[in-house]
Design a binder for this molecule. Structure first.
Ligand code: PHE
Length: 337
């Protein structure tokens, strides 16, 4: 063996043998300024005829040192183990288990309730054309909801028939899409993200709605009221009930605002609700122009539709003071559900 290699090998062996910290010793030998690394650089000064032999010598020295280091590491570890006290009776560390976000939990619950009465869950684009979000719903071009201040418009080429693209401001864009997809009878449930330019204690710019659409022959307002009562008793509990208040939407006639009795005072009136009622969302009998836009003859068929916010519905069940809490990812809040 080349005397230079022999010298470094001997030095390395004694370093390993006296080592307290094998990882540090490894660096002293093989690190950037380690003694073995410096030796490797010597190869360029060796006569070309002897280089191959020098290289072989380096390799064999390297594997000897590495082998020794491995053994040293194991023995250091074992001696540490025998001096350290390990309490094998100590309880293990509990792993945190996550769970569905409360919006996802509510979606599952809502779907289960409506599928019981024949509604089936559908989904439609959340970036959709003006036509489906507004025009087909009997909303004129100058309707305030179409203003930039309410709706997020997407930069896109205008389509001659469908207009511009928007982030869906409500789930009602699914109404005409569903009429195009299937012939009546229709019992559709559409749950999707909606986007509006609003943020305060009862609004977030992204939220969820669930929309129901029922179209058949001779659909009546009592059926609509029955559907809401079914949902309310199943979702909020048997003591709570709904009422319809006249309202106005372009796509339903007549239109209603649906209220649910307050969970705190059960409808008697309290500080939270004042009147005993909390507003759930909009509803009504589908406007004939909307049926026509979906290719359905309004003289043969009629129906009802409703669209409610999921976050608001959960807030009404759990008496949450601020809807923005849903999207702050604060575990202290999320772990409560
Ligand atoms: N789309 C309406 C809203 O977002 C709610 C609604 C849906 C009203 C269906 C009537 C019928 O406010």
């Amino acid at each position: 063996m080349d005397p230079k290699i022999k010298e470094v090998l001997d030095k390395s062996i004694s370093l390993v043998e006296s080592s307290q910290d094998p990882d540090k010793t490894y660096l002293e030998i093989f690190g950037k300024s380690g003694i073995f690394t410096a030796l490797t650089a010597e190869i360029k000064n060796i006569e070309p005829a002897n280089r191959a032999a020098f290289g072989r010598g380096l390799n064999s020295a390297k594997s000897q040192i590495e082998e020794l280091l491995k053994k040293k590491k194991l023995s250091t570890f074992n001696s540490q183990l025998s001096t350290e006290f390990i309490d094998i009776t100590a309880p293990g560390k509990k792993q945190k288990v996550g769970h569905l976000h409360l919006v996802s939990q509510a979606i599952k619950e809502i779907v289960a309730i409506f599928t019981k009465i024949g509604f089936s869950l559908q989904s439609y684009p959340e970036v959709d054309w003006d036509w489906y979000a507004f025009d087909s719903l009997n909303m004129p071009k100058n309707h305030p909801a179409r203003d930039d201040f309410e709706t997020f418009f997407v930069k896109s080429e205008k389509n001659p028939r469908y207009g511009q693209q928007v982030l869906t401001p409500h789930t009602s864009n699914g109404q005409v899409r569903e009429m195009e997809r299937v012939k009546p009878p229709i019992r559709m449930l559409n749950i999707a993200r909606c986007y509006r330019r609003q943020i305060d204690i009862s609004h977030t710019p992204m939220f969820h709605q669930f929309e129901g659409l029922y179209i058949d022959k001779n659909v009546s307002i009592p059926q609509l009221k029955g559907t809401f009562d079914f949902f309310t008793t199943n979702f909020f509990g048997p003591k709570r009930t709904t009422r319809l208040r006249p309202h106005h939407f372009r796509f339903t006639e007549p239109s209603f605002e649906v209220d649910v009795t307050c969970g705190v005072c059960q409808g008697r009136g309290c500080r939270l609700c004042k009147s005993g009622w909390l507003e759930l969302g909009g509803a009504g009998m589908v406007h004939p122009n909307v049926l026509k836009a979906g290719g359905i003859d309004p003289n043969k068929y009629c129906g009802f539709a409703f669209g409610w916010g999921i976050e608001r519905t959960i807030a009404m069940k759990t008496e949450l003071p601020d809807i923005r809490l849903f999207y702050q990812n604060d575990l202290r809040f999320l772990e409560q559900f």
